[in-house]
Structure formats: C-alpha cells, structure tokens
Design a protein around this ligand. Sequence first.
Ligand code: PPE
Length: 308
Amino acid sequence: MRETEKIWMNGELVDWNDARVHVGAHGLHYGSGVFEGIRAYDTPKGTAVFRLTDHLKRFDNSARLLHMALPYSIEDLRAACNELIAANGLPECYLRPIAFYGYGELGVSAMGNPIDVVIMSWPWGAYLGEEGLKKGISAKISSWQRIGPNVIPHVAKATGVYLNSMLAVTEANRAGYDEAILLTGDGFIADGSGENVFLVKDGELFTPDHSASILPGITRDTVIQIAQYLGYRVHEKPLIRSDLYLADEAFMTGTAAEVTPLRAVDDVEIGVGPITLEIQENYLDTARGRSERWAQWLEYATPAPAEA
Ligand code: PPE
C-alpha cells in the first residue's frame, strides 16, 4: 500500500508510522471490528467524497450490530475524514474508517474493552486492475458459502466477516481466477469477496436481494438508481449460478471495484457488453462530478470555488 503522511486515530492526526495498537487488542484476536471503504474523487470542483454520509451511516449501523457504541457521531467522523484529506493533500484517495474493540481484557466477550476508531487514507487504483475495468475479470463460484444471517450479521461490514471473503478469493486466485462469487447455503448468488453482483438478461438488470446475505452495497444502490434513470428495469431477486452462466452480461460493483465487468464465470465466457459499459461510464461520470443529475452524492472535502 502507498503510505501517506497522517492517520486519524482516536481524535488526533498522527504520523503514519506512529498509528499503532497493542498486540493484545481484542479486535486482533477475535475480528471484532467494523470498517468502511469510501472513495474521494478529483472533480472539477475539487475533491469530493462519494456518498460519505451514507458510508458513515452504514459504519454506525455496523457498529450497532456489534453492540459497539462509537465514541464519535457521524458529524464528527465526517469532519475527521475531511481533516485527514486536507492533511494528506491527495486529490483522490480511498478512505478506510475502522472501529474495533481495543486493548483491555482478553476473552471473547468484548464487555469493558475500549473502542478504538481510526481513519486511514491512501491512493488506491483500480481494485481488479486497469485491465479488469476495461476487459473484465474472471470469477469462480466459491466452494465457501457466504455467511448466513444467523451466523454473523452480514449487513454489518465487520472485520471478522472478511475471513469468509479471504478464503473465497484466495481459493479463486490459487485456481487462476481473478475473483470469487459466494453462494448462500441454499445456493443463491450472494456477493463477490468484495463486491455485489449484477447480471443483464434481455436488456434488464438483475441483482440478488437482501435475503441472499449480501452486504447492502452503496455502489449497488447507486447503480440501481442510475440504471433506472437510464430506462432499464432492475430486478432485485434470488438468482442461481445458472443465471450467470446464461447471462448476456455481468458485472460487479463496489467502492473499490467501481463497476467491473465480469467476462467469465467458471470458464463460461460471458464477454463484456454494452449495457455494462454504459453503466460503468455513467457511474464514473457521477463519482467524478461530471453529471449534474446526481450532484447530491458528492460531498466536497474542500469548499467548492465560487462560480465564475
Ligand atoms: N460486498 C462485499 C462483501 C464487500 O466487501 C463490498 C465492498 C461490497 C459488497 C460493495 O459495497 P459498496 O462498497 O458499499 O458498494 N468492499 C469494500 C472493501 C474491499 C476490500 O478489499 O477491502 C470496498 O469496495 O471498499
């Protein structure tokens, strides 16, 4: 990862190398943390954080699901993100807020442990490579099932949940695929290791609904709204792996992955289609401030210069 100057840690900006935690931190032992992934884009009116408030609301919800009372409000965290962006001086970056049970007691119950809250920022290029954004990626249906709603609350973007994703993507990479797609215990398509999944059939879009243990993706929501605005019907419904094999097009969405075409699943070639590319272009135009229609999603990190 590319190091930057500062990290926001428990209310203060500290030097990158000084942002340390004790090895006895509860979150390290038990994965008891929550996090977010947010992108700030360089737009014609300055750096804008895409849907910052929505990400921070999800952060707060994730924490609540882990019985973690964050010592900072959404307002405080928004100010902290802006402070960090200003301190690191990057026109574009990825922001990673994380909150975890810290150093105090060990033992599975987190009662009595302090809560550490940290925000990092660094430049993060195309998640699945520049080539992946243009030419699409390959995915493998994982032999690992996506965690179910009664296993860990999948609606929470919790650190421990990502062991599930890590196993799946590692399995896929070792077998020569770029990414993994996890199914629920009942065989319905859930998520990629770090993305939501969409497919296109007969000019309409399909994506798994919330009952399929998905993370309620903010990019997913953005893409649904943009696609509907462009005139496409979008169906949120249970999907099975055969739907992917027979799809006209498929793609993955995520803050890091943005809109990445899925050109093959389990060696079934799908290719990269025009609707995927249209959605991708519209998504990037939106995030980069080139679309007035969705200007409400851009939260400027620095005051926008006065109109000439
Ligand atoms: N599902 C999963 C499992 C997931 O991790 C992400 C985001 C999404 C869906 C899409 O959510 P959203 O970003 O709100 O559209 N994955 C984040 C972390 C990736 C990582 O490798 O770390 C991200 O994209 O920031």
